[in-house]
Design a protein around this ligand. Sequence first.
Ligand SMILES: [Mn+2]
Length: 300
Amino acid sequence: MKRVTWYSEGRGSPRDASVIMIGVPDESGSRSSRPGCAHGPDAIRRVIAEREMFGEGRPALPSKGSRHHDTWDFGNVNKSQVSKTIRNFLLRQKFPIVLGGDHSITTQVLKGYPRDADISLVYFDAHPDIVYATRPYYGSVVADVAGFNVNLKTSVEIGIRQPEREEIDHINDHGLLTIAPVDIIEMGIKETWRLIDNRISGAVYVSIDMDVVDPAFAPGVGTPAPGGLNSTEIMYLLKKLAARGLVGMDVMETNPPWDIQDMTAHLAGRFIIETLAMLHIVHIRKFLKILSNRMVWNNA
Ligand SMILES: [Mn+2]
């Protein structure tokens, strides 16, 4: 995979970049009957290069917001290298964007953050992914990271509409806030953002399972669930989150063999562009600095 500089202002190097993009072409944690999400990272890159007005030195043209970050594409890494790679970039105060791959990769990403990071997780997904499992997989992500560095009391799941019976119990036990697509219809998008904004605090990490989107907009996923959010509702929330400040982001479960004319890969790329356009790097540096200082301390 060619190394691409996004948002380049003539400075294409990892040292100058404030944002690092990392692909993880792995689906070993998936139990979907539709294989193929390991091809997600390269499909997203290809579609962005073909269709978006940026890439290789050209600036992005997002719909709102104009922040420019040099974004360096680190290429693909093995799942076993994810935590270490994330940790190394956090120590350099880089903002990571991870492309999946199946959703269990998010667990490995968050394990790259300090154990005491007390992260607020904003989890976009049709499924709660809070099954208790002895072997971590894409259905146990939220349960797995809750035992590590994610604080479920300040976290929120958005787009939930297909929980398993036991997951409803676990959500209630943890006091986890979930927002279903119909809740958004009732509240409206502004009130939805207010609810999320009041809930989250400190270091906020955003994880997107592309199946959060209605399959009408994103058919290329492993476990499609009708009745999801539309593209612009998600973009609206991502922009609000980015403007507030984030410590990392991932976009998972894009599944090219099941996609229709790259709709899902294109939307995944668009989510990233629109988020980056609103990202306050000053806020991010503040959070990342706190995190990286803790890492040094933990190492000593
Ligand atoms: Mn998921």
